[in-house]
Design a protein around this ligand. Sequence first.
Ligand SMILES: *[C@@H]1O[C@H](CO)[C@@H](O)[C@H](O)[C@H]1NC(C)=O
Ligand SMILES: *[C@@H]1O[C@H](CO)[C@@H](O)[C@H](O)[C@H]1NC(C)=O
Length: 399
Amino acid sequence: MGFLVFALLTIVVDFAASQSLVLVGGNLNDGNEAIWGKVVELAGGRGVARIGVFTTASADPEDSAAYYIDIFVNIYGAANATYIPVTESSNNANDPSVAELTRQQTGFFFGGGDQSRVLKALRPRGRDTLVLTAVKDMFKAGATVGGTSAGAACLSDTVMITGGSSYDGLTYGAFSGGYKPLRPDELSYDEYGGLGFLAGWLPDTHFSERGREARLIRVLQDSRDRDIGTTRGFGLDEDMALLVLDLYTRPVGKVIGTRGGVFIADVTNTVVIPSETTNFEGVSVHYLTQDDTIDLTTGNITIASWKTNLKDNEYYNNAEVSNDILSSQRDRVWASAAAQFFNNKLDDVVTHYSYEKNPKFEITFDRVTGSGYGGIPPSNPEITVVSHQNLKVGIRENV
Ligand SMILES: *[C@@H]1O[C@H](CO)[C@@H](O)[C@H](O)[C@H]1NC(C)=O
Ligand SMILES: *[C@@H]1O[C@H](CO)[C@@H](O)[C@H](O)[C@H]1NC(C)=O
């Protein structure tokens, strides 16, 4: 035992240089080596990494854990991956033996499902359990923490989104108190927040795929004055990750994955026009793709050097108008509209519409102070990606 503890401490101390998070947007393909491989690398590398798997969010935790364990060990070469058996009903998050098992890991991965289950089990009413304390101690000592879908949404130290659609959010606003199964479209959040790793940034997942841009903006705006409210958030697309390095010193986020991106919303300078209806101006929005980085303290963005500014080199003549800009059903409507907009020659302002009526929403994109960048990812020459910075968004309810 003495030797084991010594050996594990040695492993962790070797990686104490960086407190790193790997936040994944869900639908993580088991062949996405850039993301899985990064978790294993940050946890000590092939043959060394010991990953503690939390599938607390899942309706079937053991089965889900077996899936992650198989991938970590059999595809990505982790020395070991272990199910940490904390569930919504296991009532063992203060059990010292489970905390001890937790302390033997060099990395942790939180699986998908419902983020409210994770909070109920590991941090009921905002109080850290022994097992969560063990994860945090190991994280401070250098163990990496990753999560996908609900497993990423639960990692913040801000209010946590628990459900709802963009359209319902804009129509009725965001409510605290958590997810209500009878009203699944109601935009809800948990005012006690997530597990408490990443402060000041509210994460959302399955992002462009489910058209969650307006939901994120509305939650930020409606909860910004709460104790753990914030004006900045990001939305992770599926099969994509934001890698956050040096969390406690100078946190910088880097986008990994190929096909999608990470949406960033900042409502700090948003003007809410006083009225009976939703009327926001000046929401600042960015969309980062592979290898772009954001300094999470200053918000300063660095676009990957393999992308070029699209200015005067745009492909389309005009911006296309979407008549379903808030769609949660059709894939990537907002994301595609924004990419096309930055790749058009003539229009600096375009107004899109919601498909839904009564109320109908108008969403205006303004690129006068913004810029778009395009490029072919070195890892996949078959596609092109478009990032953008400083898109100003206005949201008006049209009665
Ligand atoms: C991982 O280690 C645990 C002991 O901590 C052991 O019970 C388990 O079988 C190991 N799993 C794998 C996949 O090697
Ligand atoms: C933002 O990043 C750019 C490019 O890396 C750098 O030149 C600039 O000084 C940075 N600005 C701030 C405020 O950190």
